[in-house]
Write a protein that binds this ligand. Structure first.
Ligand code: ATP
Ligand code: MG
Length: 182
């Protein structure tokens, strides 16, 4: 439903707005950079929810007086560029044994410790779903007690990779009978 060209800066502004109160309360500074003239193609509300969940987590799982950085970049890969949006925090980090499972629905590393945030454990499952349905992926790096970086990687609109995915979804809509022009 409703795909459009979405400037990454719009997503950053929405994510920051959503976390502004909680960040101010904890004296967490959110900074962003590198998003100029980066856009992605897809469902604006879903993409905003995805980045919003990542920034919300960064704020929720960080101690006061830390920083959250959102940075955009274009990464060249074979078959077309990738738009990468990275969210880095200086928070509690995620133990290695939990790092794959945090993307599962309802999975929370330490429900007792994170009870104060009142989450249900759906945020990252939503991020993963939105990334996948836009032909991308979400990855995590983390060091316990030092912080985490989540990267949302999406195909650059107009790249060969993105054209391929668009052609594939068009074929699927048409029941797989359409042959792609050479
Ligand atoms: P919800 O997002 O539904 O409100 P939630 O934040 O608990 O609840 P997820 O966003 O899916 O759920 O995150 C799952 C778990 O991964 C969290 O409970 C937390 O333990 C861990 N986690 C997620 N992001 C971070 C982060 N930036 N730093 C440390 N731990 C994190
Ligand atoms: Mg969350």
């Amino acid at each position: 439903a409703g795909a459009e060209m979405v400037p990454v800066e719009d997503l950053v502004v929405e994510a920051m707005d959503r976390c502004r109160q909680q960040a101010a309360f904890k004296h967490i500074t959110i900074a962003s950079g590198g998003t100029d003239d980066l856009s992605v193609w897809g469902n604006r509300a879903q993409l905003a929810a995805a980045l919003g969940n990542l920034v919300e987590n960064a704020v929720n799982y960080s101690p006061p007086h830390t920083r959250v950085a959102i940075s955009g970049s274009r990464v060249p890969v074979q078959g077309g560029d990738i738009v990468e949006i990275a969210v880095t925090d200086q928070g509690i980090g995620i133990p290695e044994m939990d790092r794959e499972r945090v993307f599962e629905r309802f999975y929370r590393v330490d429900p007792a410790r994170s009870r104060a945030t009142g989450g249900t454990g759906l945020g990252l499952a939503i991020v993963k779903h939105v990334a996948a349905s836009h032909g991308g992926e979400v990855q995590v790096w983390s060091a316990e007690g030092q912080g985490s970086t989540f990267t949302l990687r999406l195909p650059e609109p107009g790249s060969a990779r993105e054209r391929h995915l668009a052609a594939r979804s068009k074929r699927e809509r048409l029941g797989g009978t359409l042959h792609e022009p050479a």
